[in-house]
Design a protein around this ligand. Sequence first.
Ligand SMILES: Cc1cc2nc3c(=O)[nH]c(=O)nc-3n(C[C@H](O)[C@H](O)[C@H](O)COP(=O)(O)OP(=O)(O)OC[C@H]3O[C@@H](n4cnc5c(N)ncnc54)[C@H](O)[C@@H]3O)c2cc1C
Length: 401
Amino acid sequence: MRYDVIVVGGGPAGSTAARECAARGMSVLLLDKATFPRDKPCGGGITLRAARLLPFDLAPVVERSIRGLDLTFSRRGGFARDAAQPLFHLVQRNRFDHFLVEQAVKAGATLRERTPLREIERERSRVIVRTGSETFEGRTLVAADGANGETAKRAGLTVPRWRILALEGNVTPSGRFPERWQTRVGIDLGAVPGGYHWLFPKGDHLNIGIGGLPSVGSALRRKFEEAVRSYGFDPAALWGVRAAPLPIRRPDTPLIHGNLLLVGDAAGLVDLLTGEGIYGAIWSGRAAATHLAAHLDGKVSDLEGYRQEVERELIPELQIAFQMWSLFHLAPAVAANLLWRRSNGPLSRLIGWTRFCRLTQGEDRYRNIRKDLRPLWSILDLVLRPAAFPFASKIFETFQR
Ligand SMILES: Cc1cc2nc3c(=O)[nH]c(=O)nc-3n(C[C@H](O)[C@H](O)[C@H](O)COP(=O)(O)OP(=O)(O)OC[C@H]3O[C@@H](n4cnc5c(N)ncnc54)[C@H](O)[C@@H]3O)c2cc1C
């Protein structure tokens, strides 16, 4: 059989692309090297803005809804702040991703598990995919194979991406679930250059992790254990500890090439300020389906519309997130105290807690901050261009060891 679309990778980007394509009547093959439910290193924070992109309720897989942050600074001091409405849901990725894949199958996608892509042959209007013992043919190909994916590379592309390094693990509290973590997450700023450590409470356990610039190197493990202790747990009690990268887009990271299209982590669509990648994954999976439909229906001759839409709608958001990350991490404790601690006034609405809540809940977009702070942001646009990430990283690495 010749499929309209072959999607490699059944994470949120791939399952969304597969579901939306199948729902539009395209024949879809969704390949994954794993068998679902499969786990994936992740805090499992699904912002309301990400959940809103999905046309179904996530209740069956939500373990906890979060309204507030419990902030500390280099594991000391700090404050807590709550929102009137939930900010995000916490899930376990094995259950969440499986649920999303099930929705793709319900919509009509054919799922092949334990099927790792090994080789690709491409011509103008067809793709041959080899997975070891089997060969599949499609008209188009979606690379949704995540941060370490090789699909685009096997199709002959270079996919440069910067990286944030993360290390995470879980701890199951003895006795009653701690009251402190019923509806809040823990975030610590300043312990690691350009990043933070977190505590995300799930149904019966807590996910603790740390992410920052790769230069932190072997100190990441030590800092991770310090983070675990700072929340009152013994690192020896951790289970499921693992490291993983978060890919950060470079200006030259490709989005399309002929009949190949990159989505989610494969295209580096992660928000550097928060580390949120699931929004970009679902968003790009949806956009991919829109443009694949137009192309396969013969309405447009190529997939250029996908590149243009991502560059017009999503990349400016990631760029502003990068600019905010660069400013915020110059002095994270000062910034958090100034912007999030008390005020509900104009500063809070402009760039503080109120705005953070609205962004997370999908009521606002980063680009409106740029618009509201136009003169300042014009300078930032000149200085902090997308290619400035290595430069900004160097500054944090030098001054925040
Ligand atoms: C420690 C950590 C914490 C994070 N926390 C959060 C968070 O709380 N909230 C958030 O929004 N984001 C978070 N992220 C980012 C988020 O996990 C990713 O951005 C998101 O999973 C990207 O989805 P994806 O579908 O692009 O890729 P993935 O979810 O990685 O899915 C890729 C899929 O491709 C499959 N695959 C790979 N290679 C092949 C192959 N050759 N053949 C077939 N299949 C293949 C894999 O098995 C996998 O199922 C975190 C990341 C890390 C590392």
